[in-house]
Design a binder for this molecule. Structure first.
Ligand code: AMP
Ligand code: GLY
Length: 434
């Protein structure tokens, strides 16, 4: 099978990596870390012959790329614009969740002309408050405000349009949910929904969840204490009612439904829905697939999930640690040469079960060094029989990788692995791996 993956980040590298086990994969436009047998091309997807197109990022989905390709008769994994609006507009998502009766945070939405109403609302409802831009902001337009002052300042900044441009002209103000976060990626073919392994993402830029929200600084899967019965409960309360509502609205959704959940004492609540694989969640969930990913994604695209066996997973655990540019998320500096990568872009300390996924790299001279070219630059993923061993292996593999000012969290998966959370990267990483 020939598969075209659309996109250029770490998620698309992970998609191409897992698809290339059984399929011939070309990525448009891809990045220079996507090495043989994966091919990259500067040609647009419309010009590429492929049996299946997998669209990675949210922006082309919201923009209707899947609709245009389907109109040409192509098999596509990824929702059309009507379904992608779930992520394109938080207001729309909240409306659909309310219609479906899916538990979520209480909220109110405001436009640019409603600054006074928005400020009156934060003064009226108890904090902490979560202030979000309504449009796409790559997971970065969210502030959890603990003081009224902070909340008021953020509402005013976002609605003035200075903070996030057009994406900030409408905002949603939510109650803050308490509990443990979980990302559940669900494959949905329009009729049948199957969950993948539950993953946890680390959203804040700094250790122990300090600093601003980012697109995600690391992830692990599966979440060890989440039993299958809990996944069933999440499907029943948070996913199936949404699917029924999408169908009732006549939306033919074929792709990934990514439920961002807060697991609290009173059951799962939905923080948000995304319409694509999570990034970096994809870098831990996809490598654990032990079935044929191309066959699975083709079934999503063609509405035939029911006819193939359920997806299977390796018994290993996976940990991904993201390496980011200094200044991320506000103003990442780029163009720095990266040390510690071999000619194919993998860690010089890598080995079996380790993959470096490239997210924001360039290589102006194909024989020269990789340079940083984005906020999130690399995701170092390791697989091992236990979460603790996978974590140690990931940190050992990233040891030689370096550039000036590189940001890396030391506590990815620490709590879940039973490692000390304030201790940074595991000390005996080397010993644990070998
Ligand atoms: P979002 O872009 O909606 O996924 O928000 C990004 C991150 O902000 C989430 O992954 C959470 O860590 C945090 N967050 C968003 N909404 C809430 C909420 N209502 N309660 C608590 N945390 C939240
Ligand atoms: N890791 C969060 C996201 O993909 O939105």
């Amino acid at each position: 099978m020939k598969v075209c993956v659309v996109g250029s980040g770490g998620r698309e590298h992970a998609l191409a990596h897992v698809l290339s086990r059984t399929a011939d994969v070309v990525v448009s436009p891809g990045n220079p870390g996507m090495a043989d047998p994966i091919r990259v091309t500067g040609r647009p997807v419309h010009e590429i012959e492929a049996d299946l197109v997998v669209i990675g990022p949210e922006a082309p989905l919201v923009d209707g790329l899947a609709d245009r390709l389907r109109a040409e008769g192509r098999a596509v994994m990824g929702p059309g614009a009507a379904g992608a609006l779930l992520e394109g507009s938080k207001g729309f998502m909240k409306q659909v969740l309310a219609e479906a009766g899916v538990p979520t945070a209480r909220f109110a939405a405001f436009g640019a002309a409603q600054r006074d109403e928005a400020l009156a609302y934060v003064r009226r409802v108890p904090g902490p408050w979560v202030v979000k831009t309504d449009g796409l902001a790559a997971g970065k337009g969210v502030l959890v405000a603990r003081t009224l002052e902070e909340a008021e300042a953020d509402v005013a900044a976002k609605l003035s349009g200075t903070a996030f441009g057009a994406a900030g002209h409408r905002i949603v103000i939510e109650e803050a949910l308490e509990g443990e976060e979980c990302s559940l990626l669900v494959l949905f073919d329009g009729t049948t929904a199957v969950p993948l392994l539950p993953a946890q993402d680390f959203k804040r830029v700094g250790d122990e969840d300090r600093g601003p929200n980012t697109g995600g600084m690391g992830a692990y899967a599966p979440m060890p204490h989440i039993a299958e019965a809990q996944i069933d409960a999440i499907m029943a309360t948070a996913v199936e009612p949404l699917i029924a509502t999408l169908r009732a609205r006549g939306i033919d959704y074929r792709g990934v439904l990514y439920a961002g959940l807060m697991l609290g004492d009173d059951g799962p609540k939905v923080i948000e829905y995304n319409v694509r694989f999570g990034d970096p969640e994809a870098q831990v969930v996809l490598p654990l697939l032990s079935c044929d990913a191309a066959e699975l994604f083709m079934a999503v695209a063609t509405g035939t999930l029911q006819r193939i066996p359920s997806p299977t997973f390796s018994a290993d655990a996976a940990v991904c640690v993201v390496l980011a540019s200094p200044g991320y998320p506000e103003a990442p500096r780029t163009g720095d040469p990266i040390a510690g990568l071999d000619a194919s872009g993998q860690s010089t300390a890598g080995g079996a079960g380790v993959t470096v996924f490239h997210a924001g790299t360039s290589r102006p001279d194909p024989a020269g060094p990789f340079l940083t070219s984005g906020g999130r630059v690399l995701g170092v993923t390791a697989l091992a029989p236990t979460l603790q061993a996978a974590r140690a292996k990931a940190y050992a593999a990233l040891e030689p990788i370096h550039w000036d000012g590189m940001l890396v969290r030391g506590d990815i998966a620490a709590r879940a692995a039973g490692d000390p959370v304030g201790g940074g990267a595991p000390d005996e990483a080397e010993e644990l791996v070998r």
